[in-house]
Design a protein around this ligand. Structure first.
Ligand code: OXD
Ligand code: MN
Length: 604
């Protein structure tokens, strides 16, 4: 099943609603002349259009219909096996100077890259339909909301964008006819899915993205990583707001007090699970609600950070999702869901490693081959995905559409670390919190191509997503802090610490509510903590551990700071800062010195 498919001819009334903004029309014409499609399909985001495109995608084998009784209105797509994750090595920030892209990005001079891409795009859509997708990122009435247009020759992209963004009329209206209005231009072509001609390129100064040679969501749903994070972070710095790789959740106490929390974890480290958390029985009356599971756009209002989720759906990792790990995600993906690279059972249902119940006796794996429980290969790809609309989420926050955003009480950073990092601790102040984010590290996952399980520094979980110089990004964080009269408290968490014999010390999932509760207690100034060299640390009695079946010695271990490990960590921070070649702001270098001094003082 591949997405490269011949042109389609829609009936009258479908695919013919041209927007009126002349700048958009001129740009589409330019891309048409270059790529030479058979025809142009102007998307309006209507149900009729969606039904028509699904029908075509089924006929062309781009999608498989799943069992209507088991997973209503849901489909399976298989991507090319060489194309299953983000390709960081082929992702470029194209700015006039290399310094603007900074030490963490691949850089190319814009004119050179435009030329290279234009050569590849020449005639690339011959015999294909070119789709023009208008969309907005952010709630319709938010001052933060951005308009984008994506041109693509992939039906899978159109159908996914219909889930992940607010697409169609709403964008055309918001843009209006002003020829100078701000909007993002995105061009995507599958080309021939040859990995040697796969490039994801950003031109921040032009508010433009060109992505070629891939069909994987993170590379081709240009609204998401490309606009909402890479171009978004560039615009955010210029315009004085923040674009972050963060989930946003609401947490309400039984008495009805409510806080919002934003959390930055790297890809495939449990943001969706945390954003949909169900508190354990002991926390009767507490409720967690989701604003977003991947991206937060934040602005300052009345001295406080307020966040919106720019997306309209969830593009989550499937393996490991179960009624045990995330019942709300399971309910969300039981209908109206577009699956990619999971296994197909003989009765037309979907299956993946970690799903509840026994594995099927036979299935078709993500590559389209026969699979049985004895097979050596995984049935679902480790980075197989669901795309599901936000409205499917049973715990969707009531203020998810609020244009001004929700006020943020706490920011959490966290990575996947087998050692060193305790379960939770709190920064002494904003700048110390920025240091925690800047030195964050995590073991790599299948969300990007490359080795899995290696510790890499991933500042604010933005390493693959910061669209400009990381040193300036750190400076932007520090500058935002100065403008906040009521800044959120900043925390670091680690659900993944292991004992010496390699077992997880903390159960995670719903029990993370215990950590969240301590964080809320700290925000309300009722939570206990002890000062330590790394920040404010809870003692076991500060965290509500009632009815938790974990040995006390494990709790002591996971809440503790191992000085030897931290000496190595301090060295790693130093090496990381040095590897950035002098761009790290003085404030953060000082934070490192102070951290080293605090350790030295207690070992005196
Ligand atoms: C994602 C990612 O898909 O971070 O959200 O890779
Ligand atoms: Mn992500």
């Amino acid at each position: 099943m591949r997405d490269i498919a011949p042109a389609i001819s829609p009936p009258k009334g479908i695919g013919d609603k041209k927007p009126t903004n002349q700048t958009v029309l001129d740009w589409v014409h330019e891309v048409e002349l270059l790529t030479q499609p058979e025809n142009i399909f102007w998307c309006d985001g209507s149900d009729r259009e969606n039904e028509f495109l699904i029908e075509q995608a089924l006929q062309q084998n781009v999608l498989i219909k799943l069992n209507e009784k088991k997973v209503p209105h849901s489909y399976l797509h298989r991507s090319n096996p060489n194309d299953v994750a983000r390709v960081e090595q082929f992702t470029f920030i194209c700015t006039p100077t290399k310094e603007e892209a900074g030490p963490t990005n691949n850089w190319s001079e814009p004119a050179e890259m435009y030329l290279k891409l234009q050569t590849m795009l020449k005639g690339a859509m011959r015999g294909r339909t070119m789709f023009v997708i208008p969309y907005i990122m952010g709630p319709p009435d938010s001052p933060l909301t951005k308009v984008g247009f994506e041109i693509t020759d992939s039906k899978y992209v159109v159908l996914s964008m219909g889930i992940m963004t607010r697409m169609g009329e709403v964008a055309v209206k918001r843009l209006g006819d002003d020829r100078n209005a701000e909007w993002n231009r995105g061009v995507h072509s599958l080309l021939d899915l040859d990995p040697a001609r796969r490039f994801i390129c950003h031109f921040p100064q032009d508010n433009a993205i060109i992505s070629v040679g891939s069909g994987y969501g993170g590379n081709v749903l240009l609204s998401k990583k490309c606009l909402a994070l890479r171009i978004g972070s560039y615009l955010a710095r210029k315009q004085g707001w923040m674009a972050e790789h963060m989930l946003i959740l609401g947490v309400a106490s039984p008495e009805g007090r409510k806080h919002y929390v934003a959390a930055a974890f790297p890809s495939a480290c449990g943001k969706t699970n945390f954003a949909m958390l169900i508190p354990p029985k002991h926390f009767a009356g507490w409720k967690v609600t989701t604003v977003g599971d991947d991206i937060a756009w934040m602005q300052i209002r009345d001295g406080r950070l307020h966040a919106v989720n720019p997306e309209n759906g969830y593009f989550g990792v499937v393996p490991g999702t179960s009624y045990k790990s995330n019942p709300n995600a399971m309910k969300s993906i039981e209908h109206d869901t577009l699956y990619t690279n999971v296994a197909l059972t003989d009765d037309g249902d979907v299956w993946w490693e970690g799903k509840d119940g026994p594995p099927p006796l036979h299935a078709i794996d993500w590559r389209g081959n026969d699979w049985t429980p004895d097979s050596k290969e995984k049935a679902a790809h480790p980075n197989s995905r669901f795309a599901t609309p936000m409205r499917n989420n049973p715990v969707l926050d009531i203020d998810v559409e609020k244009g001004e955003g929700v006020p943020i009480s706490a920011i959490i950073f966290g990575g996947r670390r087998s050692d060193t990092m305790p379960l939770v601790f709190e920064a002494f102040d904003w700048n110390h919190g920025v240091y925690l984010g800047a030195t964050m590290a995590s073991e790599t996952t299948a969300a990007a191509t490359g080795a899995v399980g290696q510790v890499r520094r991933d500042p604010m979980a933005m390493l693959p997503f910061c669209g400009y110089n990381i040193g300036d990004y750190f400076r932007h964080w520090i500058a935002i802090g100065k403008r906040l009269s009521n800044p959120p408290l900043i925390f670091n968490v680690n659900w993944f610490r292991k004992s010496e014999d390699g077992k997880f010390l903390w159960p995670g999932f719903g029990d993370n509510m215990r950590v969240l509760k301590w964080i809320i207690d700290r925000c309300e100034k009722t939570g206990g903590a002890a000062e330590s060299p790394i920040g404010w640390l809870p003692s076991p009695h500060d965290v509500d551990l009632e009815e938790l079946d974990v040995e006390h010695k494990c709790i002591v271990e996971i809440l503790g700071v191992d000085h030897e490990e931290w000496q190595k960590e301090l060295d790693a921070h130093k090496k990381f800062f040095e590897s950035l070649g002098g761009v790290v702001p003085e404030v953060l270098l000082k934070q490192r010195e102070q951290l080293a001094k605090r350790f030295a003082e207690i070992t005196k």
